[in-house]
Design a protein around this ligand. Sequence first.
Ligand code: HEM
Length: 497
Amino acid sequence: MFSLTLVWIFVVTVGVVWYMTKKKEKRGQKEIPGPKGLPLIGNIHQLGKFMHLKFNEWSEEFGDIYKVKMATQQAVVISNPKMVKEMFFNDAFAGRPHFDGFDIYEEHQLGIVNSEGELWEVHRRFLLRQLRDFGFGKSAMENLILEELNEVIKRFQATEGKPTGSMKETLSLAVINALWSVVSCQRFQHDDPQLMKLVNNTSKAVQDIFEKGGLIAFIPWLRHIMPEMSGYKGFRETMDENRKWFEEIVEEHKKTYQEDNLRDFIDVYLAEVKKTTDSNSVFYGSMAEKQLVATIADLFFAGTDTTSTTLSWAVLYLCKIPQVQKKFQEEIGTVTGNSRLVSVADRPTMPYTLALIDEVLRYSSIVPNGVQHRATTGKEFQGYYIPKDTWIMPNMHYMHHNPKVWGDPTNFRPERFLSEDGKTYKKSENLLAFQIGRRQCVGETLARDTVFLFLTNIFQKFDISFDPNSPEPSMTETAPNFLLNPQPFSVIMKSRF
Ligand code: HEM
């Protein structure tokens, strides 16, 4: 009897404290609108196969800011670029949700993409500085990209007039090699079986989770009762295998490390760990080595598939709309006389190309729901109260396809990023492909340079069209996944000169 009374007192006290806190939080603040959900599952039964399409419908219905419940997790969806900008420059919204079991070291939020607080801030700064010193945005990096491009062009020349096979795979390898030569001074052969396994298995494991509606991300305890059906087991096995691969790379660097010859990002990081004696530093001891492994894994996954997917969409659009391909080639010809390679220094004189790349980023919106942030503290925003731990989801697909902003979003039209006379490139604040603010993509410059150099130099040499004997891919159809990929397609390359 006594213990029952105690339980009651406890329950009522917790209830009153919770109610008072909520009330205090909400006093004077507007209620965030949003679709009605069900107890326990919230809105997940309404999301469907392609979450971004449902989010787009809700953006139309509820406006620039609305809340949804992913099972018991509250999320706020933002569909207005100005609001995203205001939020993402604010420290209170610069956290990252923790998806149980999704980290490369299970349960440790390491690396750059998933980490938060001091660990994230110090490493992000370190990464940006070192990558800049190793050539990001400089001619050294440009030369590495051009070397890879040369290989790709040779492969295309060898298949001249015949179907190329998977465009994505060919481009992926070149993109990986350019990035990896800075991170790990390593180059892979085109048919490297370990590399292909890593790339394909990871993509399959992520797709598997998405095909199951991403349930495991919203209801993490499902992994204990249905590890296989939820896609968790397969994902975990792939992550563990990937981790071993990245650990081996770091181990190899430790064996061949020479203090007076720092070859790449991994060596520079190891030098930092070696010189750190303060046990409170994030560069101290064995945890720092795990952090290094997680960081290079982040660079690999955040930097390679994103860039090669964007390139694949670009090739697809240019094959679909030959008049855009022709205009693009005309600009390349005017600037280079088609007698030399295109270089990054040509960018300012190539407004149509810059507009074309922005239109590819807008139209494809490869990260349709954006990369979520987490509110690290309860905070008022535009008269709404955003509780601590709320996920913030920028609705990238909607922002890039909102007819009130773009007029004719379903048309692929690079001219929307040009001045009226078509002579000047016009950057748009409404294009947020790399997001913005405190966590803005660290690889934007590299990604833009890579896409620019690959597209211009390939289309300078070849007219490209779809393989008439393969199904023609759609401009919009994709499989459900974190990144929106085009359907596989093959093309025919025809030398222009
Ligand atoms: C077209 C190619 C790319 C696209 C569309 C893209 C997009 C994004 C987006 C949307 C984010 C989330 C930013 C946020 O949370 O606010 C991000 C983060 C990130 N990207 Fe990229 N990215 C691309 C290429 C790259 C490349 C080449 C690298 C590597 C050098 C890279 C490394 C990263 C990292 C490390 C983060 C995490 C930043 C942080 O959490 O502080 N990305 N990217």
